[in-house]
Write a protein that binds this ligand. Structure first.
Ligand code: SAH
Ligand code: F3S
Length: 457
């Protein structure tokens, strides 16, 4: 009988994608089935993230709950993976000696072996080190990847060492995946219906392969051109890119690659140059604005979203005001903002932080409110306009209603039939709502054929 596995995931898209890779890998062995009830599982896997919080405490709370389950079902195997596992390693076992496996983001492909060993070996198994990106050799499983849109990791790790960030310590050095492997993976994805890829990486635009023979660099833009040339790829998105490496060849790609959406998520973090310097981000607000100006010159309808950190050590009211000014000036669409959280071992840990938590919360509230209002204005502007929408499927509770995403990542619902799924069509926005999805109607003239000529076959 197949063993039942429950996987709990914290954190970013990268982690969500790692967890779906774990699912693929385990399913491919034919020995495991993934379920969503921890109480009746034989194996409990926790994929942790430590980017913005004290995940250590959260981890032991979670493990405490699972300890109770293991008391009732003593043969349960518990595996802890992700960034906290890499950071803390054996220390986790010291506080929670009932766990069986500790694995890292780069060793998840060895889980089937580790699980096998865990059944015969009573000792803790720790496997967190791996320099290569071998895990991607296992990333596709045609059975469970029946989607219109799919994540594809192109680069892992980060060398930037922004002073606040733990990622370079947990995910290791920037390592680009082989371009041929990426292109093969995307081609196979199109064969099972995928029409949009979301390229993943801590800094996708740091992507770089050096060809020793030709002595040439193969860059992120080169990859974009090759992906765009794959038949049936109708949309290309990517997260996250970094302003430092947002070079002119990438901006130029927006002229030539229609599949690149009119939407970019480019983290700025702060509107104050003093804070950006302390964060060691490597650019100024002016440099950031210059990138956006150049992009908008090519794509006037482009919308931009961003990440912000408030309450970074040394941030004064004046600095914070600069962030608010920059939100309005750049006119960001939906963005993400967080209160600075001190991460162990990072350079910012040593900076003196005199701002009270109360003040930080006040700033976050102000910023989020500004962002919300602005995103709502962007939404309002969409009313009555025609949007290019990639149709992803039927709504769960209504088989007459389809849903898809606009270029600026908003879900839109409209009436239509199943042959539109996977097509890029024009939808007019008929209704907007503060909290929920947009509503729309398909234009009388069926424009999807026109939009899809590039990939029609
Ligand atoms: N590579 C991306 C960031 C990835 S981390 C970049 O270049 O910016 C995702 C987001 O988490 C960051 O953009 C940042 O806004 C937030 N973040 C990272 N570390 C943080 C910390 N210590 N405290 C608060 N927010 C943090
Ligand atoms: Fe973190 Fe900065 Fe890299 S935010 S992921 S160190 S670019």
């Amino acid at each position: 009988m197949k063993k039942k596995v429950y996987i709990k995931t914290w954190g970013c898209q990268m982690n969500v994608h790692d967890s779906s890779m774990i699912k693929n890998i385990l399913k491919a062995t034919n020995q495991y089935t993934i379920i969503d009830q921890p109480e009746i599982s034989d194996i409990l896997i926790l994929n942790t993230c430590s980017i913005r919080e004290n995940a250590q405490e959260k981890l032991f709370h979670q493990l405490g709950r699972w300890k109770k389950l293991k008391k009732k079902k003593t043969k349960t195997i518990i595996a802890v993976g992700g960034c906290v596992a890499t950071q803390e390693g054996k220390k986790i076992y010291k506080r929670a000696n009932f766990i069986n496996i500790i694995f890292g983001p780069q060793t998840l492909h060895r889980l089937p072996k580790l699980l096998e060993q865990a059944y015969t070996n009573k000792k803790i198994l720790i496997d967190i080190k791996e320099k290569s990106l071998k895990k991607f050799d296992h990333s596709i499983n045609k059975e469970i990847n029946k989607k219109i849109t799919s994540f594809v990791t192109i680069i892992e790790g980060c060398n930037k060492y922004c002073s606040f960030c733990i990622v370079p310590y947990t995910r290791g050095k920037e390592t680009s995946r082989n371009n041929k492997d990426i292109l093969t993976e995307i081609t196979s994805l199109t064969q099972i219906g995928v029409r949009e890829v979301i390229l993943l990486g801590q800094n996708v635009n740091a992507y770089n392969i050096y060809n020793k023979k030709s002595k040439k660099k193969y860059r992120f833009s080169d990859l974009l051109y090759e992906i765009a040339a794959i038949p049936k790829i109708d949309r290309i998105r990517y997260i996250t890119s970094h302003p430092i490496e947002f070079s002119d060849d990438i901006i130029d790609a927006y002229k030539k690659i229609p599949q690149l959406t009119n939407f970019l998520h480019l983290p700025i973090q702060s509107g104050s140059n003093k804070i950006l310097r302390l964060m060691k981000r490597g650019y100024t607000v002016e440099k950031y604005e210059h990138i956006i100006d150049k992009l908008k010159h090519i794509r006037p309808n482009m919308t931009i979203s961003s990440d912000f950190i408030v309450g970074f050590p040394g941030e004064t009211d004046k600095d914070f005001q600069k962030t608010l000014d920059c939100v309005s000036k750049i006119n960001f669409d939906t963005s993400y903002s967080f209160i600075y959280s001190q991460r162990p071992g990072t350079r910012a840990e040593k900076l003196i932080d005199t701002t009270s938590l109360e003040e930080k919360k006040k700033r976050l509230f102000l910023l989020q409110n500004t962002i919300k209002q602005q995103a709502l204005r962007w939404k309002r502007r969409m009313l009555g306009t025609q949007q290019s929408v990639l149709v992803e499927g039927f709504m769960k509770n209504n088989i007459h209603e389809l849903y898809g995403r606009t270029e600026n990542n908003r879900i839109i619902i409209f009436t239509g039939n199943s042959n539109l799924i996977g097509k890029l069509i024009n939808v007019t926005v008929t209704n907007i709502n503060y909290h929920t999805c947009l509503q729309g109607k398909i234009n009388k003239i069926n424009t999807y054929k026109i939009l899809n000529t590039r990939s029609a076959s």
